[in-house]
Design a protein around this ligand. Structure first.
Ligand SMILES: [Zn+2]
Length: 264
């Protein structure tokens, strides 16, 4: 069986074990069913997720010129504290920014390799946690816009990491933490403006990933250097495919790459 198409992050469903789906033109692949199968990945070209042209991908699935122009790649995406739609100030396209920023956001703690703080739109819970490979996560505040969530994250990251160590996440080298206790400890550092939005009643979400065997060390597959790769799929965690030979492939950072996927 062969599938061809542009890579986009896998769709997920939180069940007892996370279920992963690949949406390709005319195809809907349930990736969990490919476990223990021999897969071959071949790079065919690129397709910018915005303009659709076959140009090298710069960041977030976009070619360089789209990345620096389109509202979907504004600085406030990666740095929520720069959001200004609540002030009516435009970055690249005020209508788009209002639609995305002026909606409920969650500041959360997630544990994938260590406890980290993050921000996401409320509609992206628990998707965002699954995409990060977090085995446990909890909300801290639910704000009415992205800016308030952003300044809360900036304040909290003085006291807790805001980064995931993906190598540690993929070797399953993380201990369980009492995120509820972490949350209570961090509460005192929440900015006054955001404090009214502290989530009073909430509990930890636990997530289990379909991994048959974790790698001992990880080698990341880079399609630019290795345009053809074959291996036996042994797990899926976050947006990574994990192969038997310790190779891992980050679907997220290969968005916009056009590939052929063949099953032996
Ligand atoms: Zn483009």
């Amino acid at each position: 069986m062969t599938y061809e198409g542009v890579l986009k992050k896998m769709q997920t469903e939180l069940e007892d074990t996370v279920q992963y789906y690949w949406l390709l033109p005319g195809e809907f692949v349930h990736v969990n069913t490919l476990l223990e199968r021999q897969l071959k990945l071949e790079l065919l070209g690129f397709q910018c997720l915005n303009c659709g042209l076959d140009r090298p991908i710069f960041r977030q699935g976009f070619c360089r010129s789209c990345f620096f122009e389109i509202p979907q790649a504004g600085d406030w995406i990666m740095r929520p504290e720069l959001s200004q739609a609540h002030l009516g100030k435009e970055d690249r396209d005020l209508e788009y920014e209002k639609k995305m920023q002026l909606q409920p956001h969650i500041v959360y703690l997630a544990n994938s390799s260590n406890v980290k703080v993050g921000v996401t739109r409320k509609s992206q819970v628990p998707t965002r946690w699954i995409d990060q490979g977090a085995h446990e996560a909890i909300g801290i505040v639910e704000t009415p816009n992205r800016y308030l969530a952003g300044i809360t994250e900036v304040a909290l990251k003085e006291h807790v990491s805001d980064k995931t160590n993906w190598r540690k996440m993929l070797t399953n080298n993380a201990k369980d933490e009492d995120l509820f206790a972490w949350r209570e400890r961090l509460k005192t550092y929440i900015p006054e403006e955001a404090l009214p939005y502290f989530l009073a009643s909430t509990k930890e979400t636990n997530i289990s990933f379909p991994v048959l065997k974790y790698p001992e060390k990880v080698n990341s597959l880079n399609l630019d250097k290795t345009p053809e790769y074959s291996g036996k799929l042994m797990g899926i965690k976050g947006q990574y495919l994990i192969f038997e030979d310790n190779t891992v492939f980050n679907i997220r950072s290969n968005e916009g790459y056009v590939v052929r996927l063949s099953l032996a």
